[in-house]
Design a protein around this ligand. Structure first.
Ligand SMILES: *Cc1c(COP(=O)(O)O)cnc(C)c1O
Length: 397
């Protein structure tokens, strides 16, 4: 496909399928739910949900209930009406969207008695809302605390427009093996099991338990229960590069962010680059202009820190982002424009050459990884891919 936009995110569906199969193999005894929240971590939720269903995922999860409706449409259209959808961010005034979601069989989370009452109003006994009760086991995000949990169960059991189908929670330290991290996880496990016991004792028999994300699929067999919720691993990225890198885990990056150089220019020694002149050319230099900026989700923190890979004919080189990242463009240092003897050097790349910010090194040799960018920008790989702007076309390959 031809796009006029000077950059694109190549989304490699075969890499996604590889990762999905790998995660299913790592934890073959449990159900796998594929997480496609935040537009599938920037990869495009409709296409990713369908590809996951094709790869064998029987359940898909998405945070926002409104996104769940789009994903439901995409799955139904592709013939996957049997794939379960689960959504857990329930807006306080979400009656309208919740009614549609429940009508369409989307399973929803409930953390408070108020939410339970709202969801009951959106459902009816012929088509009850299918609830996963959320217990806060220590993350202090959504969920009822263990103290509040009996009241939540009671509220959910009080209406015949509701059916409890699951209990779930989320771990705060599952990707961390420090003493504190291990302790926190053990504590959360204990609270979770206490919640499961309360639910059984309240007379609920047929429900599933789920606690963990990718880090549990990879690193915590004891926490898998009936289902795991795989997110970052599906996109070929590690939950924590300090524990194991994506490559060590056998994961394949799905997103490749490519832009074509807009201009190559020569600047003289001492020239400063971009707003505030935070980078100064040490010698006469060749600079490349990359037509992407923070308006596309390229972090401004990448200024003077991240690297890109440039492909010019047979040549490949790494070039550093120099000066501040602008809204729509940034500059890279392509190297010296004169040699030690003062002889002019030709530009190592020309306008139109491909630059890869990050991607799969098997596709783009020696290209930086999302983790390289995360490190340069002092953040996590999740944020780098998820914040890629919606105006960058996604091309599925
Ligand atoms: C994001 C998220 C996941 C997936 O986490 P990963 O670390 O990306 O695997 C699972 N469950 C919940 C509730 C989440 O918010």
């Amino acid at each position: 496909m031809v796009y006029s936009y000077p950059a694109r995110a190549l989304i490699d569906i075969s890499a996604l399928t590889h990762n999905a199969k790998l995660l299913m193999q790592k934890a073959p005894q449990t159900r796998h739910l594929g997480i496609v929240k935040a537009d599938a971590y920037g990869h495009g939720h409709a296409s990713i949900a369908v590809a996951l269903a094709r790869a064998g995922y029987q359940a898909i999860g998405v945070a926002q209930i409104e996104e769940a409706l789009t994903v439901r449409d995409a799955l139904d259209l592709a013939g996957f009406s049997d794939v379960t959808l689960f959504s857990w961010v329930i807006p306080a005034d979400g009656t309208l969207v919740a009614t549609e979601a429940i009508e369409r069989g989307i399973e929803v989370a409930a953390s408070t008695a108020v939410q339970v009452a709202m969801l009951a109003d959106c459902a009816n006994p012929q088509n009850p809302a299918r609830l996963h009760l959320k217990i806060d086991t220590g993350m202090s995000r959504a969920g009822a605390t263990l103290e509040e949990f009996p009241a939540l169960v009671e509220a959910a059991l009080a209406s015949d427009s509701l059916k409890i189908v699951g209990i779930w929670s989320h771990l705060s330290h599952a990707d961390e093996f420090s003493e504190g991290g291990v302790e926190a996880t053990a504590m959360q496990k204990e609270v979770f099991e206490a919640g499961c016991k309360l639910l059984s004792e309240a007379g609920v028999t047929d429900f599933i338990r789920h606690l963990g994300a990718t880090s549990v699929t990879l690193w915590h067999p004891e926490l898998r229960y009936d289902m795991v919720r795989d997110g970052i691993g599906l996109y070929g990225l590690t939950p924590n590069p300090a524990v194991a890198t994506s490559a060590e885990l056998g994961l394949m990056p799905v997103m490749n962010l490519v832009a074509n150089l807009m201009q190559v220019k020569r600047v003289v020694a001492g020239a400063t680059v971009s707003y505030g002149g935070t980078w100064k050319a040490p010698t006469d230099r060749w600079l490349g202009l990359v037509p992407l900026g923070y308006g596309d989700g390229v972090p401004r923190h990448a200024s003077n820190a991240a690297e890109v890979s440039v492909y010019s004919g047979q040549r490949q080189l790494r070039a550093k982002v120099v000066g501040r990242v602008c809204m729509d463009q940034f500059m890279i240092d392509l190297g010296p424009a004169v040699d030690e003897n003062g002889q002019a050097l030709p530009p190592p790349a020309v306008a139109g050459d491909a630059t890869v910010l990050f991607g799969n090194p098997l596709k783009f040799p020696n290209c930086p990884s999302v983790d390289d960018w995360a490190k340069a920008c002092n953040t996590i790989n999740y944020e780098i891919v998820t914040r890629l702007g919606s105006r960058v076309p996604r091309e599925y390959v």
